[in-house]
Design a protein around this ligand. Structure first.
Ligand code: IGP
Length: 260
């Protein structure tokens, strides 16, 4: 089984365990009783100019431990103060050493919209995201079928959550668009092999209509990478490792924005 399928399988097990404590009907009821979201994540990306989604990520399957010390609240507050348009928080516990608690605490500490970065494989996880205070969830085409994509987008719509729909090749872009995605992320990292190539964003850009928000994800390291992606019409970039490894994240973000 490739790593992506393993992560999806483990997510299904996490959902089954969570349902033992809080059944689907109950979490759904709780999530739907909260005030409907106002798609803040989408609005933040739609503003003029390139938007920056800054990620809180302690570790990853390709890089291992990235940030042994992980003062997540401090990091999120620094991202917000430095002008992040959105904050991505890994909640996957096994490979990314993420936690639902990180997201919950961050979302209540900042006013910047937060993305729950996880391997959504069940509607249950979308209701969880809502309860944790997220403004958006990630839907990865490679681990979802067409019916799931449609169903999960409809649930997001009901809850007022945005969905970042991640695609890696032409067929996945087409599936995401057919399902009605309004925010399309192209992952420059192949989650099956871990190879990174920003060329992928460039190539797939042409398939994505102008009225769909386009996010280029992963492997963004320099101001040149950023300006190159802005030049092909990216609406946002999602940056994790480069910021996580920077001792001064504010300065690094300024540098990436071409301001230093
Ligand atoms: O650390 P990077 O190379 O800047 O990448 C960030 C983000 O794009 C990456 O964490 C990511 C993109 N898609 C994902 C799906 C699941 C987990 C993680 C990801």
């Amino acid at each position: 089984m490739n790593i992506l399928d393993q992560m999806a399988e483990h997510a299904r097990q996490r959902v089954e365990a969570a349902k033992q404590t809080l059944p689907l009907a109950e979490i759904k009821r709780q999530a739907l009783s909260l005030p409907k979201g106002d798609f803040r994540f989408e609005k933040a990306l739609a503003k003029p100019g390139l938007a920056f989604i800054c990620e809180c990520k302690k570790a990853s399957p390709s890089k291992g431990l990235i940030a042994p010390e992980f003062p997540y609240l401090q990091i999120a507050r620094e991202y917000e103060a430095a002008g992040a348009d959105a904050i991505s928080v890994l909640t996957e516990p096994k490979w990314f050493l993420g936690s639902d608690d990180y997201l919950k605490e961050i979302a209540s500490a900042v006013s910047t919209p937060c993305l729950r970065k996880d391997f959504t494989v069940d509607a249950y996880m979308i209701y969880e995201a809502k309860l944790l205070g997220a403004s958006a969830v990630l839907l990865i085409c490679a681990i979802l079928n067409d019916a799931q994509l449609k169903e999960y987008l409809a649930i997001c719509e009901d809850l007022g959550l945005s969905a970042l729909v991640e695609a890696h090749d032409d067929a996945e872009v087409d599936r995401a668009l057919a399902a009605g995605a309004r925010i399309l992320g192209v992952n420059n990292r192949n989650l099956k092999t871990f190879t990174v190539d920003t060329e992928n964003s460039r190539r797939l850009r042409a398939r994505i209509p102008q009225d769909v928000l386009f996010v280029s994800e992963s492997g963004v390291k320099t101001a040149e990478d950023v300006s190159g992606l802005a030049a092909i019409g990216a609406d946002a970039v999602l940056i994790g490792e480069t910021l996580m490894r920077a001792p001064d994240k504010t300065a690094k973000l300024r540098e990436l924005k071409g301001l230093l």
